[in-house]
Design a binder for this molecule. Sequence first.
Ligand SMILES: [Zn+2]
Ligand SMILES: [Zn+2]
Length: 132
Amino acid sequence: MKNRHLLQHYKLKATPQRIAIIKLMEYSGHISIDDLFKEIREKFTSISLATLYKNIHTMISVSLIREVKIPGQKAKYEIEKVPHAHILCKTCGELKDISFDPITLVEDTVKSSDYRVDEVSIMISGICPNCK
Ligand SMILES: [Zn+2]
Ligand SMILES: [Zn+2]
């Protein structure tokens, strides 16, 4: 889906800033707010961090993008996709997707708790092949 259509699909106004944010997320896979701000500023020199946060939160609220919480670090953001787990290199900080649906792991436990589960997140950490 084209970025503009993606925004319209979620009933959001396709502003140039939002399109640029999605493009950067697509390109980097996972991006922190600081990196996003640095990149976005090159194109939209007057954008403030507060505006960027506002845009991010709007897109999170409609589940267009998702916040990936990383222990001991600032969160990163990614475009919402099929459920998956994350693996993080403790040395270089590389964050990668792993195709694995975390919900399958806890399905029985969840069933017996009678909760409606919205999210299960799994963060695996280790040393990547490059840093080994
Ligand atoms: Zn590494
Ligand atoms: Zn991811």
